[in-house]
Design a protein around this ligand. Structure first.
Ligand SMILES: *Cc1c(COP(=O)(O)O)cnc(C)c1O
Length: 412
């Protein structure tokens, strides 16, 4: 069995280990929740100071031009693009994931001119906001659109058909860490004349994504998770060049206008990815996204993936070897190709056990039903962190050092 000594040896050989110094993490914390809120790049503090004191405080409105505020959604989109297999001019960082999904889904429905296509296929296990936004849009349009929710990826082939407008899925499931085969599902959608819309909230910066090679049609995603953009940092939307002319979205605000400062009473969308924009962006928050992206540029997604799989394999191995007497159930696929960068285990008292872990500095999180979720972020998580986290979990379980009254009735 792997020892702590072995973990220290793995850390000594880890090419990504030096990047941990670029993050500010509190002493005594093992942070396994970067899949929900990424850690703070040290550079973000100075950048915030610069944006607030210099660009806003001193340069005032001139900063829209002199500090590049206007261009920031496009500039950040171009910097993010290589992480998801997108090209320059195809991504903007803007709005929230929920809003971008709404825009992308509305545009996709509009691109499908066949009125027999009125079904949006997604998974019941999708992150709820994605389902809610689709439900909201479908009922708002009031043209007979409906959602078809599948209960497992295996049901997709029978759920997609001649009535399907869009297959809308989250690439890596937030709860289980299951990773779809993006190329296979996109091909399946296309074989039936449907479009493939992907949510990369748990993929960008965590697993290799090649949207063009996979034949995806549209995509959205989050920057405050693995991309370390800061709490509530603006999300992204990808519209490939070949779909941009046909891309029309209902939030037709002035930032998507061809000539916003002509102040025309007529909306005319700008050519290119800018038509995915709506209104004025939260510049302070947007500026933080760049600090996270700069760290990725000192690494490679293949090195990140290799370490992510090593970390998640190690965590599974150690939990099963050292906590094997306890009623833990692995929810995350063992198969590498189907796994994201997290590991989820069920435990009948999952909520209480997670609360005890957090009290002892191991920060993961809990999702109904009974799921303890551990995110592994290769830029700042070490192999020794994994060993130490499992040791604390083992102690809590062996000593029953958790408060069952803290559960929320979470029994599988
Ligand atoms: C995290 C996440 C979101 C978050 O959406 P917000 O609009 O930023 O609140 C949406 N979808 C998925 C799949 C997510 O994992």
């Amino acid at each position: 069995m792997t020892t702590r000594q072995d973990c220290l040896a793995l850390d000594a050989q880890d090419p990504l280990a030096p990047l941990r110094a670029q993050f500010d993490l509190p002493e005594g914390v093992i942070y396994l929740d970067g899949n929900s809120l990424g850690a703070r790049p040290k550079a973000a503090l100075a950048r915030a100071q610069q944006v607030i004191a210099r660009e806003w405080g001193h340069d005032l409105i001139r900063s829209w031009n002199t500090a590049g505020w206007f261009d920031m959604p496009r500039r950040l989109g171009d910097r993010l693009a290589p992480l998801i297999g997108a090209r320059a001019g195809e991504v903007v960082v803007t709005d929230t994931t929920s809003l971008n999904l709404f825009k992308a889904l509305a545009a996709a429905l509009h691109m499908q001119t066949d009125s027999a296509r009125r079904v949006i296929v997604t998974e019941r296990a999708n992150f709820p906001t994605d389902i809610y936004m689709a439900q909201g849009l479908a009922s708002w349009l009031d043209r007979g659109y409906s959602l078809r929710l599948v209960d497992s990826p295996e049901e997709l082939p029978s759920a997609i058909g001649a009535d399907t407008a869009v297959v809308m899925l989250t690439h890596v499931n937030y709860r289980t860490g299951y990773q779809h085969d993006m190329a296979a599902v996109s091909a399946l959608a296309h074989a039936h004349g449907a479009l493939a819309l992907w949510d990369l909230a748990h993929s960008a910066g965590a697993v290799p994504v090649d949207l063009h090679a996979a034949g995806a049609d549209l995509a959205v995603g989050c920057t405050y998770k693995y991309l370390n953009g800061g709490p509530g940092a603006p999300a992204f939307i990808w519209v490939p060049k070949h779909h941009q002319a046909a891309f029309r979205q209902p939030l037709s605000g002035w930032w998507g206008h061809a000539a916003p400062f002509e102040m025309s009473p007529e909306f005319a969308p700008v050519d290119g990815i800018g038509r995915a924009l709506c209104g004025t962006q939260p510049i302070v928050s947007l500026a933080m996204v760049e600090c996270g992206l700069e760290i990725f540029e000192q690494s490679s997604i293949s090195a990140i993936r290799a370490k992510s799989l090593a970390l998640t394999d190690l965590f599974i191995e150690l939990v099963e070897a050292r906590c094997g007497d306890h009623p833990l159930g692995l929810v995350t696929p063992r198969e590498h190709a189907r796994r994201g960068s997290q590991v989820s285990f069920t435990h009948p008292h999952g909520y209480a056990v997670m609360a005890a872990l957090i009290a002892r500095g191991v920060i993961g999180d809990y999702r109904e039903p009974a799921i303890m979720r551990f995110g592994f972020t290769p830029l700042y998580t070490s192999f020794a962190d994994v060993w130490d986290a499992v040791e604390i979990l083992r102690q809590i379980l062996d000593d029953q050092a958790y408060d069952i009254a803290a559960t929320r009735g979470a029994v599988t």
